[in-house]
Design a protein around this ligand. Structure first.
Ligand code: PGU
Length: 409
């Protein structure tokens, strides 16, 4: 008799973003005259840049000619792209060999799949609030107990509080943990960890033989030169951390799909030799994944050309200008807001006594603006609300105008 993986039954709710989409649809059906302004999901809106488009076209043309046609590629990714990534990190002073890079179809699949190479009884620590994929993927694979509605937490997971008081970066876990998810610039709070903050975690991980899973999906949004863009800027990190990133937010690849995971040869856990963990991820990927699209990889390569980098940085600047508009708009209304400076998310405090979901309904019904309830990122997000800077300029401006005119504070 076949049975389902019962861990799915433990999941507290539907995945956050489809749930928001469902409520939005329901609202729109009841209020067809309302023009909605979407600052919810962090989804890119601006066109691909000319360099990327030329790369993608080259990829298509290669397939149109038997002399350059290619079928399945290496599961780890195209060697030239892995080299381009290694060179890019090296231009920032980080030495990693191209064999440390594994190309994928995005940071979401990698951040949910990576846990599979670690022991099923690993103790998992997450920032609270956090990108929900880290928690949900570990619930599905059985590393969490039941969900407590009262606490908003799963038994067995370690929630590292990120609050206004600690600048949204957690203290070290009090008890020993094995896998630590860190995201900087942070989704959803927009906080960016400093060298000193990350060094503490690296030292903890080395001491406790834990692994840091570092999600750097928004690294290109850091403009402050003093802030680290990669965990590998921290001394000793190669022995205890792996890093996940993608072109989604840097080059508008949310629908094109291309990401990578860096598993340094030096990374070790209890009982492994250098290179063993890297081999494990290779084994996992070559069994479960057949490589990123060869067309997309050709497009990705052009992101790392001189023109590609320049254009992608302009794209980032465009979204960060949106962030500034949102930040100024909410601050003018006297709303407490965080993030939005080295990250494309503005993390606002809901009015006293208003829960995150109540504020979602209030903002939607009074202003037509869709955001993301903070509690969807974990219990630590309750009382907060995320506004995304990804959007067309006119939509961002219309949203802020409507908030200014219609939100009853
Ligand atoms: N990592 C973080 C921290 C993210 O916020 C997101 C996207 C990803 C990874 C996904 O990267 P891909 O390379 O595109 O796979 N977060 C968005 C989209 C929601 C979602 O479900 O991925 C957000 O609004 O939080």
């Amino acid at each position: 008799m076949a049975e389902i993986n019962s861990n799915y039954k433990k999941l507290a709710a539907g995945y956050l973003f489809p749930e928001i989409a469902r409520r939005t649809r329901e609202f729109q059906e009841k209020n067809p005259e309302m023009i909605l302004k979407k600052l919810g999901i962090g989804n890119t809106t601006e066109a691909l840049t000319p360099a990327v488009v030329s790369g993608l076209i080259k990829g298509v043309n290669n397939l149109a000619d038997p002399a350059t046609y290619s079928g399945y590629g290496d599961e780890q990714g195209n060697t030239n792209l892995r080299q381009a990534l290694s060179d890019y990190y090296s231009s920032k002073g980080i030495a990693l060999s191209r064999s440390d890079f594994f190309i994928s179809d995005g940071a979401k699949p990698d951040s949910s799949n990576i846990q599979s190479i670690f022991s099923s009884d690993s103790i998992v620590a997450v920032q609270d609030p956090a990108y929900p994929v880290y928690v949900d993927s570990n619930v599905i694979t059985g590393r969490a107990g039941n969900y407590s509605v009262e606490k908003g937490e799963y038994d067995g997971l370690v929630y590292m509080q990120c609050t206004e008081e600690n600048g949204f970066f957690p203290e070290l876990p009090k008890n020993k943990v094995d896998l630590i998810y860190l995201c900087s610039p942070n989704n959803p709070t927009g906080a960016v960890a400093t060298h000193e903050q990350l060094k503490k975690f690296v030292d903890y991980a080395k001491e406790n033989k834990a692994v840091i899973i570092f999600d750097a999906a928004y690294s290109e949004y850091i403009s402050d030169k003093d802030l680290p863009r990669s965990i590998f800027e921290i001394e000793g990190a190669k022995e205890c951390a792996l890093e996940i990133n993608s072109l989604s937010k840097f080059a508008g690849f949310t629908g094109v799909r291309l990401g990578w995971t860096v598993v340094p040869e030096e990374l070790v856990v209890e009982g492994t030799e250098p290179g063993e963990i890297r081999n494990l991820w290779n084994r996992r990927q070559s069994t479960f994944f057949n490589g990123a699209s060869n067309i997309v990889q050709e497009g990705a390569m052009t992101v790392f050309s001189e023109a590609g980098l320049k254009e992608s940085r302009e794209l980032v600047n465009f979204y960060m200008e949106n962030a500034k508009i949102i930040m100024n708009g909410v601050k003018d209304l006297g709303i407490t807001a965080y993030g939005g400076v080295n990250a494309p998310y503005v993390w606002i405090k809901t009015p006293e006594g208003t829960s995150s979901w109540d504020f979602f309904d209030k903002l939607l019904s009074e202003t037509g603006v869709i955001g993301t309830p903070g509690s969807g990122f974990g219990p630590g997000g309750e009382g907060f609300f995320r506004l995304s800077a990804f959007g067309h300029r006119e939509d961002i401006e219309a949203a802020m105008e409507s908030i200014k005119e219609n939100l009853k504070l």
